[in-house]
Design a protein around this ligand. Structure first.
Ligand SMILES: Nc1ncnc2c1ncn2[C@@H]1O[C@H](COP(=O)(O)OP(=O)(O)OP(=O)(O)O)[C@@H](O)[C@H]1O
Ligand SMILES: [Mg+2]
Length: 462
């Protein structure tokens, strides 16, 4: 880590300046500081109070103690680190650490802080902008700093505020919310088709220019359906998009609707969309979209039909332009989607199984940090017709584990080809298994699709 004194002085200075300057808001604090000053807002039971201001979780004055400074800076003994400086003090009774002469602290800090440090601290940048020895503006620093709506603390406190822990427990099972900082795979880790890349570009442009689109009366954007077999990257691309755009990712599996809590289902659908609206701007990802069509076809429970209609209506009612929610649906079974569902999406993106060139590129990405002797991705790609990105990951994992049983931490091309062969054998077994029981791990055509999503996720999330 860098100089502990510098870390602690920056923190003290930021707390001091933020407290003094009322024009600053929490987006002026570096994310690592916001976290420690965050206090959950008091429970607000009045669910109908629809004022647009989300809860403000950081209140002035920002008081620094040893403990708080440790959490924010990672410095083990914060007071010791700065006690020798002329402009710091600690109150014995409260343990509060503060600056006696903030101006002196500013000078001390500017002498030591590099451009990078200053340009990621909007609070300090606001105070020193325009000085001769400063080449960063407040606006630039704001630009560089992630907005608080993408922070875990913000998301959690919104959810806490809006949901009753007991009453909505089942609801919270249904929806998973990820902060963009928690998403590991990025777009650069994925091999996309030209079509996919084009659609992603369009979507990003649409988000950037949404006001213009609204002005010219183009409102049918921001609802996209990803179509393709299991393991082709639909979920991963959606999450990577959230990461790229710095937006919270709200994920719901529609199959959950058909399984549990029938009576509550319509309400849960509404709440899902409500979560998305509360967290907006965000991405709402609805997985296993095909389960809608199936339930519409069979004459199931009336409650279920109501739920499905609620879903379709909720999709109609949500908008990128008005609500700042991007809706992405995903399905493995486009053939089972009826017109009512198709009609709701304004773009369809195909996720085919990767062709030879894509497989080769995917292999290169998967093995990026592995040591493989005589590695020839092209010839592996040649041998793996019909395998998806997810399958290829599984193949490589097997090859690695296999080598580990021989105490080897490096692979050979041979290991990988053996693993391909094993994979294909296993795949055959699974297809046979489908005729009897159905606990298969990889989809053939036909049943068991909800299981597929899970097994792929588990196989690769580690
Ligand atoms: N085009 C690709 N490029 C790189 N990796 C890929 C690609 N497609 C799939 N993968 C890998 O496979 C894993 C599983 O993909 P993902 O879960 O996104 O598939 P999916 O289409 O959502 O499948 P399902 O329909 O079963 O939900 C990803 O984490 C990724 O590592
Ligand atoms: Mg998926």
């Amino acid at each position: 880590m860098s100089d502990p004194a510098l870390e602690v002085v920056e923190f003290l200075l930021t707390a001091n300046l933020y407290t003094e300057n009322r024009e600053l808001d929490e987006n002026d604090l570096p994310p690592r500081y916001r976290r420690v000053f965050w206090t959950d807002p008091p429970d607000d039971d009045d669910e109908d109070d629809n004022d647009e201001t989300a809860p403000i979780g950081i209140e002035r004055p920002l008081v620094v103690t040893d403990n708080i400074a440790r959490k924010a800076t990672g410095v083990e003994r914060p007071w010791e680190a700065v006690s020798g400086l002329m402009f710091t003090q600690r109150e014995d009774f409260s343990g509060r650490i503060s600056l006696t002469q903030p101006d002196m602290a500013v000078d001390w800090f500017l002498e030591r802080a590099d451009h990078e440090r200053l340009s990621t601290n909007p609070t300090v940048a606001a105070a020193v902008e325009g000085r001769d020895d400063v080449d960063v503006t407040h606006a630039e620093a704001r630009e560089q700093t992630r907005s608080i709506q993408a922070d875990r603390v913000w998301i959690d406190s919104l959810l806490d505020q809006y949901f009753d822990e007991e009453e909505d427990a089942e609801m919270l099972d249904l929806v998973q919310v990820r902060a963009p900082e928690e998403i590991e795979m990025t777009l650069t880790d994925l091999v996309l088709t030209q079509d996919q890349e084009g659609e992603i570009q369009k979507l990003m442009k649409a988000i950037e220019h949404r006001e213009y689109l609204a002005d010219i009366g183009l409102r049918e954007i921001g609802k996209i359906l990803f179509v393709g077999p299991p393991g082709t990257g639909k979920t991963t691309v959606s999450r990577a998009l959230a990461h790229e755009l710095g937006l919270p990712f709200v994920e719901v599996k529609l199959s959950m609707i058909t399984s549990q809590y029938l009576g509550e289902t319509a309400k849960n659908v509404e709440k899902t969309f409500e979560v998305a609206k509360r967290l907006s701007p965000c991405i709402l990802f609805i997985d296993e979209f095909d389960s809608v069509a199936k339930t519409r076809r069979s004459d199931e429970h009336a409650a279920l039909k109501r739920a499905v209609n609620t879903l379709l209506k909720s999709i109609d009612d949500i908008s990128l332009i008005r609500d700042e929610v991007i809706l992405i649906g995903a399905t493995n079974h486009p053939d089972q989607l009826d017109a009512a569902a198709w009609r709701r999406f304004d773009e369809i993106v195909n996720f085919p199984k990767p062709d030879r060139q894509m497989r080769s590129d995917i292999l290169r990405i998967i093995t990026k940090r592995m040591d493989v002797a005589e590695f020839d991705p092209d010839s592996v790609a040649e041998r793996t017709e019909g395998l998806t990105g997810s399958d290829l990951r599984m193949v490589l994992r097997e090859a690695v584990l296999e080598a580990l049983t021989e105490e080897r931490m490096s692979l050979t091309q041979e290991d990988i080809l053996d693993a391909v062969e094993d994979f294909e054998e296993r795949d055959n077994l699974k297809n046979m298994d489908m005729m009897s029981d159905g606990e298969q791990l990889v989809a053939g055509d036909g049943g068991g699709e909800s299981g597929d999503g899970h097994s792929h996720d588990h196989a690769h999330d580690d």
